[in-house]
Design a protein around this ligand. Structure first.
Ligand code: IMP
Ligand code: MG
Length: 175
């Protein structure tokens, strides 16, 4: 087990299987549409590249970077755009790809921001969703896994920018 990691929560095989399922579902749901995968940097990158290869449709990718946590494990509720999309999204069918929805504050901010740019549709695909109530009832349209309310790392998710390269989702020691 890598330093600081307590236990594996979701194995690489489980992640792989679930992404193939999501890919098949998205391939059906977005057939004939104008799909744009919008990755939220940096956490969603690992998930996005695997998900994209499981979708059997023409699609494009773009990325947006926002900051909400700094180096802490608690959501500050303050969201800033660090990098905006490269291209206009008017008329596009946007699928926001997120690593994890915790408080939902980051997603709320992104969805409000995208709504002003006249896309054809906006949906959300999150690899992980923490099982807890969210103030405005915000939720993802496609969910990889529901997990307990613990801080997790791996498969794109970091703690102080580390652990993103773990091929599984794990719980840190001291959590
Ligand atoms: P939210 O705004 O509270 O929903 O948090 C969303 C962002 O915080 C995610 O995109 C992650 O980058 C980060 N985050 C939330 N929970 C975790 C976690 O358990 N591990 C690592 N990063 C997390
Ligand atoms: Mg992060």
């Amino acid at each position: 087990m890598p330093n600081g990691v307590k236990r594996v929560l979701i194995s690489r095989e489980e992640i792989h299987r679930r992404i193939q399922e999501l890919g098949r579902q998205l391939s059906r749901d977005y057939a004939g549409r104008n799909l744009l995968l919008l990755g939220v940097l940096k956490g969603a990158v690992v998930f996005l590249v695997d998900l994209a290869r499981a979708i059997d449709l023409p699609l494009q990718m773009d990325f947006m970077a926002v900051s909400s946590y700094g180096a802490s494990t608690q959501s500050s509720g303050v969201v800033r755009i660090l990098k905006d999309l490269d291209a206009a999204v008017e008329g596009r069918d946007i699928l926001v790809v997120e690593d994890i929805i915790d408080t939902g504050l980051t997603l709320r901010y992104i969805l409000d921001n995208l709504a002003m740019r006249n896309p054809a549709s906006v949906k959300v695909c999150a690899l992980l969703v923490k099982g807890k109530a969210r103030p405005d009832g915000i939720k993802a349209d496609y969910v990889g896994f529901e997990i307990p309310d613990e801080f997790v790392v791996g498969y794109g998710l970091d703690y102080a920018e580390l652990y993103r390269n773990l091929p599984f989702i794990a719980v840190l020691e001291g959590e």
